[in-house]
Design a protein around this ligand. Structure first.
Ligand code: PNS
Length: 162
């Protein structure tokens, strides 16, 4: 049986930090499902369709990665996909509190759902989608933080939004 990991997240947009975690997860498991969602507590810049398209472009060189969104609970998606683990990247201690809450909550909902935390590589430890959006919105290049296709998509968004 294939060992499937799920990497869920807002991915608004996907950054090089996310790609780092996805690549390293893909080396550890038979398959990885990257699952972009809209986090209800954050107003997204990119639609789900746009996020999926960007993630597909950024991960096209990793053969065992699929991109699939879902509505509802992660724990239900986890069961339907017969995944064995959820992998979340951790940049710093500040991420830990919220991630721990989600990991414990998910395990409460489904005793089989294990979450593994993967520390992001040090060069990405400060990087966030919010920071990328703020810098891009102010007209600076974010090419060193995101895939060229994402940088282009951000440029288009902010050109359109003024
Ligand atoms: O990148 P984010 O914003 O930290 O991702 C959070 C996300 C989308 C992974 C989380 O909100 C989630 O899993 N949502 C699905 C709904 C769900 O299962 N909520 C209960 C969590 S205990």
């Amino acid at each position: 049986m294939k060992r499937i990991a799920i990497c869920p997240g807002s991915f608004d947009p996907i950054t090089n930090g996310h790609i780092d975690v996805i690549k390293r997860t893909a080396e550890l498991f038979d398959g990885v499902i990257v699952a972009p969602l809209n986090n209800p507590s954050k107003k997204p810049l990119f639609s789900l369709e746009e996020k999926i398209e960007l993630i597909l472009n950024c991960t096209s060189d990793i053969p065992n990665v699929k991109v699939e969104s879902f509505s509802g609970l992660l724990t239900d998606f986890f069961a339907v996909k017969q995944a064995i683990v959820v992998v979340k990247g951790l940049r710093a201690v500040s991420d830990y509190e919220n991630e721990l809450q989600m990991a414990v909550g998910n395990r409460h909902l489904n005793g089989k759902l294990e979450t593994l935390f993967m520390p992001t590589s040090t060069e990405f430890s400060y990087l966030s989608s919010s920071m990328v959006k703020e810098v891009a919105s102010l007209g600076k290049t974010v090419e060193s933080w995101v895939h060229p296709i994402v940088s282009e998509a951000l440029e288009k968004k902010y050109r359109k939004h003024g």
